[in-house]
Design a protein around this ligand. Sequence first.
Ligand code: HPA
Length: 272
Amino acid sequence: MIYEKAQEAAEFIRGKFSDEIKIALVLGSGLGGFAENIEAAVKINYADIPYFARSTVEGHAGQLVLGRIGGAAVAVQQGRFHYYEGYQLEEVTFPMRVFGLLGIKTVILTNAAGSLNSDFKAGSLMVIKDHINLMGVNPLRGRNDGRFGARFPDMSEIYALDLQEIAIAEAKAMNYVLRRGVYCALQGPCYETPAEIRMLREVGADAVGMSTVPEAIVARHQGIRVLGISCISNLAAGMSEEKINHEEVMEAGAQVADIFKELLKRIISKLV
Ligand code: HPA
């Protein structure tokens, strides 16, 4: 049972870091550098945590970093698991299950994404106001374990509105224009075709990527509040002459690293 496995992993983590953790962060492609800002960090390789999968993607370190940012004890996933790597969604979202059992109340999910909105340029940040799940799978499929949450959880405010407002207010205080939009997740790993991108625009997506949605659903299922932030790494397929590649995605993360760091630190300081 996932619950018992998650309990075992949570106990293992508590054994390495005993402070009460209230906030977790998941760092997306190119954004892993943020983990360097964690004070008094305890780093645990995913391979050492019971039942954790391993991150196979370049740009994803594959470790859990525990420590402090400002006054807050945080757990940071430096690297995440994606469905396209071949994992089951149960494995992709296992860290969220563990975070829930650690008593974490808020999770900040970050990712790299392509932009469907020509106003959202490469290197800009977007707070996620809602999502569209086009992965064709759902992490809650299968027998429901009521210890985690309800069979049919409500998703009408999956990304907590007050957290979005905090993110926007903090960005404003930095004189930074944080975009706000709808994130759409596909399975990947190939990027989309121009025809697919035209379709996604029609259905109301502002950004497209290959992660975040399963984790957000599972977090919400167990009552963890979710904030989502996308780093726009490129204009989506067909919106410019450029072809899309992973290097450019990584570069965009490096480009916004300083703003991203400052913004996250400010948001976290408001959550404690
Ligand atoms: N499409 C899907 N995922 C992505 C993209 C994209 O254009 N850019 C970064 N992640």
